[in-house]
Design a protein around this ligand. Structure first.
Ligand code: SF4
Length: 181
């Protein structure tokens, strides 16, 4: 019997949610028995090679590349999951949402404490992704089917959620499993 296929991506996140997936420790061996990974930084597969059962997204959308990747995941995954606060609500990157984009760019490239004195160059190449007016949670760009909270979500919660998703069984949500602060 073919295994359920999982894909993962990190958009505007810090990779902490992916680290938390790896925090399931030795259960990663069970996971490899249970599922097949497709496009993901975990196996370094860069493009989808088949339709996937579950897509897991870390991070929200702060630029045009994030939106492109997220829409590609929606097209290629039957179930799409927002993993962590950044994917669910924008998270830390969304702290810039109250600041005009011009000020953000000037601080990043012209006036920030680590900028070489006198620099007047703001990167502006067609190859660079376009920065969005604000950071968007994933569900404001595409339909999201499930949300796994936390910053990062606990490894036990990710494990339980993955088992439920690939087996189609209900999740047993113990208070300790979903508590995060
Ligand atoms: Fe990093 Fe937290 Fe965002 Fe996950 S939710 S990508 S751990 S900042």
């Amino acid at each position: 019997m073919s295994k359920p296929v999982i894909a993962t991506a990190s958009l505007a996140g810090c990779f902490g949610c992916h680290m938390s997936i790896l925090d399931i420790d030795e259960r990663i061996l069970d996971l490899i028995e249970l599922v097949e990974f497709n496009k993901s930084p975990i196996d370094d597969i860069k493009t989808f090679t088949k339709m996937c059962d579950v897509g897991i997204i870390e991070g929200g959308c702060c630029n045009s590349e994030n939106v492109h990747v997220l829409k590609d995941f929606r097209k290629n995954c039957k179930i799409l999951v927002s993993l962590g606060e950044c994917a669910m609500m924008g998270g830390l990157p969304a702290l810039r949402n109250g600041i005009p984009i011009k000020e953000c760019i000037e601080e990043a490239y012209l006036h920030g404490p680590t900028i070489e004195k006198g620099n007047t160059i703001v990167p502006n190449d067609d190859e660079l992704p376009m920065i969005l007016d604000r950071v968007y949670p994933c569900h404001e760009i595409v339909k999201i089917d499930a949300f796994i909270p936390g910053c990062p979500p606990r490894a036990d919660l990710i494990w339980d959620a993955l088992l439920s998703l690939v087996k189609g069984t209900p999740m047993n949500l113990e208070y300790e499993t979903v508590k995060y602060d």
